[in-house]
Design a protein around this ligand. Structure first.
Ligand code: HEC
Ligand code: HEC
Length: 229
């Protein structure tokens, strides 16, 4: 049994040590915040993206840094996962990218709004979160042509960030649409242009969305696709 005064000393000393450890760790954490949150990279565009994020209540459906609602995907690493071009195309018209299957709201954002949101997501993705969220293992549901030869030429960024989500080429890519190996022997330049400009007009009801590609983007894509003989 401790005597009354020993118990008091024990209590006071214990409280003192724990309080000191608590203050020390708090101070240490706060000192690391600017470094870990990459505060220096918080540009005007990042701030505007953040305001769009809060003003539109994106958190009503999404989580960011683990906080928010669980209806829609976690977005902390969305830029790593999808790439800037994919996100901008998606935000323009989410439904077009996944016809009839998706529930993401279509907002009337300007190009600048979309740039700001991507800047915000890029910044969030750079925060040192001690490894949150863990990298998921993606499983392919089929798709790439068996024994496909490597792709020819260098794919334009749009191809790597948007098209590969649904199409395989050279043995890699998504399985929503057909593999694009040998596409140049099935299509002419003109037919590819018409298809990419508006797939729905060529084949009403097709699962390939109208991606709102610019003339320049389409040109680069068609040049690249025509190399895939
Ligand atoms: C009503 C719920 C809802 C709201 C509000 C919402 N989203 Fe979404 N969002 C979704 C769903 C559901 C998906 C998954 C794709 C789909 O089903 O369309 C998604 C997907 C996304 C994706 C692609 C994620 C991925 O990995 O594929 C991005 C980026 C995104 N949302 C951004 C936003 C932004 C920015 C806002 C606010 C301006 C917002 N969302 C508001 C429901 C919502
Ligand atoms: C959301 C998924 C999706 C995305 C993104 C997508 N496609 Fe498609 N694509 C499809 C589907 C599904 C088809 C099959 C259409 C059909 O036959 O109804 C298709 C068909 C095609 C075809 C015809 C292929 C053939 O062998 O007949 C080409 C070429 C093509 N896509 C190119 C592209 C390019 C280039 C991009 C990027 C700019 C792209 N696609 C983005 C889903 C997608």
């Amino acid at each position: 049994m401790l005597s009354k005064s020993a118990a008091r000393t024990f209590f006071v000393a214990g409280t003192g040590v724990c309080a000191a450890a608590f203050l020390g760790l708090t101070f240490d954490t706060l000192a690391k915040v600017p470094e870990r949150s990459k505060a220096a990279q918080m540009t005007e565009s990042v701030r505007r993206g953040h305001d769009l994020w809060t003003d539109n209540n994106c958190m009503g459906c999404h989580t960011l840094l683990g906080e928010g609602a669980y209806y829609a995907p976690e977005l902390t690493q969305v830029v790593n996962r999808r790439g800037a071009a994919w996100i901008k195309t998606f935000l323009k018209d989410p439904e077009a990218m996944f016809p009839g299957k998706r529930k993401m709201v279509r907002y009337d954002f300007t190009d600048r709004d979309r740039d700001d949101l991507v800047a915000f997501f890029s910044w969030v993705g750079e925060i040192d979160t001690n490894g949150f969220p863990p990298t998921p293992v993606y499983r392919m549901t089929g798709g790439p042509a068996v024994g496909a030869a490597p792709m020819k030429g260098t794919p334009p960024p749009t191809f790597e960030q948007v098209c590969v989500a649904c199409h395989a080429l050279g043995g890699k890519g998504g399985a929503v649409g057909p593999a694009l190996d040998g596409v140049a022997s099935r299509y002419t330049t003109e037919k590819l242009h018409t298809w990419l400009a508006d797939p729905q007009a060529v084949k009403p009801g097709t699962a390939m969305p109208n991606l709102g590609l610019s003339e320049a983007d389409r040109g680069a894509l068609v040049d690249f696709l025509m190399l895939q003989k």
